[in-house]
Design a protein around this ligand. Structure first.
Ligand code: P6P
Length: 333
């Protein structure tokens, strides 16, 4: 079978009409190129002096890694001149980034977490880039934060790059989930999993157990039942994974099933969890639903949430349908 590169795949998607207009196709190609540049820097690690702290903090008050800042700059530099975007927003920037005056503006808004799981970068554990694309409200020349505040159902594209043993790019435009693997010799992403589907049932869960004493009752009940295994109400044993890199967890779930949970907890009642809605929760929820899974905040579909702030957080329960239905059902009781 002849290899289908990302460029060929996107041209063929565009030709089929509908989900991938030329401007959006070009944007996705550009994001793919930026992820290859990030991948190269990540792979170099200490050899390129990109490990360790940047000595700065982001809007979340978190210390930035050098690679957080480098990855953010790669995405801004790659996407600002192409003419597809009206503005960009990132976990690493408090305010939206406007397209400089010398470049044409386009119809889309791009949001990203440039290096998710970056606390893993110094210990050589997989990290990734997550992105989400919205339409800019028509007639808006200089988008404000308010123009980004659209529910996840309005996304026109979403994806992630996983910088792991293989470098992979996973995309959705609302017509399924497509997985590409980087041919590092040729520098091309090649289609390797054309229609990713999440198994409806699973024996694997992912949660940071060290937060157990802070969880709400429905989460405690659900996880206790998993831990009770074959001796408990579930009547079967379960396995646990926690990579502390959402991109790696979601990719494992897309590949073999599972449920990923980052619930809100009592440590900070003001924060409904650790993950951010606009550039972590929404893109991953879009991808998971397109692969036949579910994604809720414990009470409602993540994609239906009307955002109030650009960097707002959201509790996340996503993955195999049966398990997300169960834990969400416990919240409803
Ligand atoms: P904890 C990475 O910092 C991240 O945002 C997600 O990628 C990951 O799932 C989570 O935080 C890990 O959080 O509290 O286990 O370090």
């Amino acid at each position: 079978m002849s290899r289908i590169t990302l460029s060929r795949f996107l041209i063929e998607q565009q030709r089929q009409g509908g989900t991938l207009p030329p401007e959006l196709r070009l944007l996705i190609e550009t994001i793919g190129r930026a992820c290859k540049a990030i991948n190269h820097a990540v792979n170099q690690g200490a050899l390129a002096g990109v490990l360790g702290e940047a000595g700065t903090g982001n809007i979340q008050g978190e210390a930035q890694k050098k690679m957080d800042v480098i990855a953010n700059d790669y995405l801004l530099d790659a996407n600002e001149w192409g003419g597809s975007l009206a503005a960009m927003a990132s976990e690493e920037m408090e305010l939206p980034y406007h397209i400089p005056g010398e470049y044409p503006k386009g119809d889309y808004l791009l949001m990203f977490d440039p290096l998710d799981g970056s606390s893993n970068i110094d210990v050589n554990i997989s990290v990734g880039t997550i992105f989400s694309v919205l339409r800019c409200p028509p007639g808006t020349v200089n988008p404000t934060e308010a123009d980004f505040l659209q529910p996840g159902t309005r996304q026109v594209a979403a994806g992630y790059a996983l910088y792991g043993p293989q470098t992979q790019l996973i995309l959705t435009f609302g017509n399924g989930v497509f997985g590409f693997t980087l041919d590092r010799e040729q520098g091309a992403f090649v289609l390797t999993t054309p229609n990713m589907r999440i198994p409806e049932s699973t024996g694997e869960f992912a949660i940071n157990m060290s937060n157990a004493r802070h969880w709400e009752a429905p989460v405690k009940r659900y996880v206790d039942e998993l831990l009770a295994g074959s001796t408990g109400p579930r009547g079967r044993d379960f396995n646990m994974r926690w990579v502390a890199s959402m991109v790696a967890e979601v990719h494992r779930i897309l590949t073999r099933g599972g449920i990923f949970m980052y619930p809100k907890d009592a440590r900070d009642p003001e924060k409904p969890g650790k993950l951010r809605l606009m550039y972590e929760g929404n893109p991953m929820a879009f991808i998971v639903e397109q692969a036949g899974g579910l994604a809720t905040d414990g009470h409602r579909r993540i994609l239906d949430i009307q955002p109030g702030k650009l960097h707002e957080r959201v509790a996340v329960f996503l993955g195999s349908r049966e398990e997300v239905e169960r834990v969400t059902g416990y919240h409803a009781e």
